[in-house]
Design a protein around this ligand. Sequence first.
Ligand SMILES: NC(=O)c1ccc[n+]([C@@H]2O[C@H](COP(=O)([O-])OP(=O)(O)OC[C@H]3O[C@@H](n4cnc5c(N)ncnc54)[C@H](OP(=O)(O)O)[C@@H]3O)[C@@H](O)[C@H]2O)c1
Length: 331
Amino acid sequence: MKKESRFRIYTDKDADLRFLKEKIIAIVGYGNQGRAQSLNLRDSGLDIIIGLPQKSESKRKAQKDGFKVYSTEQAVKSGDLISVLAPDHLHSKIYQKQIKPYLCPGKTLLFASGFSVHFKLVDPPDFVDVVMVAPHAPGTVTRELFLQGKGVPCFFAVKQDITGEAKRKALAYAKGIGCTKAGAFETTFEHEAIGDLFGEQAVLCGGLSELIRAGFEVLVQAGLPPENAYLECVHQLDHIVNTIKAHGIAGMFDRISQTAEFGSYLSGKKVITPKTKLQMEKVLRQIQDGTFVKRWKRECQRGLKTYLRMKREAKEHPIEKAGKRIRRLLK
Ligand SMILES: NC(=O)c1ccc[n+]([C@@H]2O[C@H](COP(=O)([O-])OP(=O)(O)OC[C@H]3O[C@@H](n4cnc5c(N)ncnc54)[C@H](OP(=O)(O)O)[C@@H]3O)[C@@H](O)[C@H]2O)c1
């Protein structure tokens, strides 16, 4: 382990909504994050408009929710703070054509991840504030918890502070969407972008799904019925993860049987070996040096062929059928 870095956590008392009062917040995109953040910000008393393409499928939903919907260009022109909540892989195109030409001094650009700024898919001019507020949950959860008077944590960062108020605006925005109720962690665009990609690829989504599938395949090859293998390798995951979140990994071990605990100490390290860690380091290097982003850009330019093939293969894996049957049975 190298040096330990500490980051500060900001809560409601550190954030003041006044820094966004009497300002127009233009939300670009009304999907997973766009809808939840718009609703939360409006409920916090802020002035929201939505920017969407003319033929957007999200337009009707935003209008039904009572928002004024404009073209992306018009929303950027009218907005004091432009919150870019369109999908990351479209940022470059949307930014060049529909955002950049309409920016002027005094405006703030806000991103919900460090991805496109850190990897230079967008190049904000030197006369706008550039900040990030990245909630640590899907939009639906951000909205649900807000309605319960709670919030999800977020990362926030300032990349460019021209007005001297960038940090206060980012914190006000985090408060407006409910995140300072749980805690806003100060970070950098780089750390958020790298950490987010690595976490999802190596551990949370990529690593975990391969671990689950491998375990399932081994049990099925050994003759166990797929449903049985599914129950053993998937069904209790949420319980284990919630216990780890609440009590730590060591605390989780305190709460399972001693047989399970002893076996885990012995076998876990046989499955995740020093070689696995070397592979993880390679994944991290390829994220840091831009290899992954280059690959993803090429994939998008070529019509997502490989992505769609891999998606189809994932859907066709036998674990999906077993899962469906178990979910039906346990309804
Ligand atoms: N999803 C998460 O859990 C999560 C968590 C934290 C941060 N984030 C970040 O939040 C941002 C948004 O992600 P998301 O998952 O919310 O995306 P998403 O659900 O895919 O939302 C896409 C929205 O962008 C709209 N859009 C597409 N092109 C547009 C354009 N030219 N102008 C304006 N709007 C346009 C889409 O409209 P149509 O309906 O017409 O397609 C749709 O409303 C990303 O930066 C992501 O990294 C996401």
